[in-house]
Ligand binder design. Structure first.
Ligand SMILES: Cc1cc2nc3c(=O)[nH]c(=O)nc-3n(C[C@H](O)[C@H](O)[C@H](O)COP(=O)(O)O)c2cc1C
Length: 381
């Protein structure tokens, strides 16, 4: 295991041979991926993030994926109201860990690409080649208003992101001896100098999670990993398998092989009943309905355009199954078996969340990881 390797293959494999990659998703945001009022909900404080990163690193977890979020969703907890900025968060965590890959999540329209490129190179130096980039093209109007930045028409957001990424890739790769210019549709840049380059002559791993056709095409053309978590894939394992096949087939028409990832919420307990009871307790009985309804409104689902019964069903489904992705709820045997099903379906990895990572990761580490190792999906630590 090396964190110094310069090869892109090593970076794509996150510097290890695990067949199924496991990552922690959303730990930089308050309440993480569960819009809940339970008092043990995730704080996202720096102390808790640091403790989690070091525990995950020691447990052999492969990556941490933060959420780029600038404004909370309201509700009684102000869901995602307190968030740590992701590149600076990654720098701190990379400096305090040894082998885990840490992503930064960057909204392309909000950062000049040369500023972003240098911030990311700095993170990559701190982590000795363990930094990864998640690009967000933009979807949440409220966040953009706050910056005074107008959202482009949907598909054009991805055209812009593609050009933005071209600037970054060139800043990371152009020979150090000469300045270069970039003459694009949005960026007209002269005498560009960008040193140092990312560690070892490679570049950070790049991922995207667009759910639209344009988002998927962008990922297939420009990225190493594609995260999928749309409709069916949030509710069923079959849905996840179907999505992987669809994405891989489209990638092949471009002559590309892309790694497909998904997201999920893990609630693992010694008995099935305990796990299911806690899932209902945290996600539904104590849901922060104000925040859930605000997120549904962003998806154009409101009490005004939906019948009362339908709205109730939708908000419960969204709270229980959707915000955090597919719910892996059950005993260690059940969670491990479901993760294995997802892996056999062709998923390269899963970014998962817990209600409280530091309370729940130890049980997952002690009970689920050894089962996955015995199934041949992961190396033992
Ligand atoms: C794993 C994953 C991570 C994401 N991270 C963020 C994020 O950090 N910030 C954000 O605003 N959107 C995030 N998104 C939203 C997507 O980037 C994308 O905007 C959304 O799925 C809508 O897709 P579209 O742009 O193709 O319409 C994420 C989605 C997924 C599935």
């Amino acid at each position: 295991m090396s964190t110094k390797s310069g090869s892109m293959g090593d970076r794509i494999a996150m510097h290890n041979a695990n067949t199924l990659k496991l990552g922690v998703f959303g730990a930089n945001c308050s309440s993480s991926r569960t819009a809940t009022c339970v008092p043990e909900r995730w704080s996202a404080s720096w102390e808790d993030c640091l403790k989690l990163a070091q525990m995950a690193d020691d447990a052999g977890i492969d990556f941490m994926l933060p959420i780029g979020r600038w404004r909370g969703y309201g509700g009684s907890t102000d869901f995602h109201g307190t968030t740590l900025e992701t590149i600076t968060w990654a720098c701190g965590l990379l400096g305090a860990t040894k082998r885990i890959t840490v992503f930064g999540t960057v909204h392309a329209p909000l950062f000049h690409p040369l500023v972003a490129a240098k911030q990311m190179v700095t993170a990559d130096c701190i982590g000795n080649g363990r930094f990864g980039l998640n690009i967000v093209a933009g979807w949440n109007e409220g966040e953009f208003e706050m910056f005074g930045v107008e959202q482009r028409e949907h598909d054009e957001r991805y055209e812009f992101a593609e050009e933005w990424l071209q600037v970054i890739k060139r800043a990371w790769s152009e020979t150090e001896a000469e300045d270069f210019a970039f003459d694009g549709r949005w960026f007209k840049l002269k005498n560009i100098r960008a040193k140092p380059k990312p560690v070892g002559g490679a570049r950070p791993l790049i991922m995207n999670a667009g759910s639209s056709g344009a988002g998927q095409r962008f990922a297939l053309r420009n990225c190493d990993a594609f995260f999928t978590a749309t409709g069916a894939s949030r509710s069923s394992l079959d849905g996840i398998a179907a999505r992987v096949n669809e994405v891989k087939a489209e990638a092949q028409t471009h002559g590309k092989d892309i790694d497909v990832y998904t997201i999920g919420q893990v609630i693992c307990r010694p008995t099935q009943k305990e796990a299911e009871d806690y899932h209902r307790h945290a996600n539904v009985d104590n849901a922060d309905w104000g925040a859930v309804e605000r997120m549904l409104a962003l998806r154009k689902i409101t009490r005004d355009n939906t019948s009362a019964a339908d709205f109730e069903a939708k908000r419960v489904f969204f709270a229980a199954n959707s915000i955090g992705g597919y719910p892996f709820v059950g005993t260690p045997d059940k969670v491990a078996e479901e993760l294995a099903i997802v892996s056999r379906a062709g998923i390269r990895g899963i970014a998962f969340s817990f209600v409280n990572y530091n309370d729940e990761l130890p049980y997952f580490r002690d009970e689920v990881l050894p089962r996955l190792a015995r199934m041949g999906l992961r190396a033992g630590v």
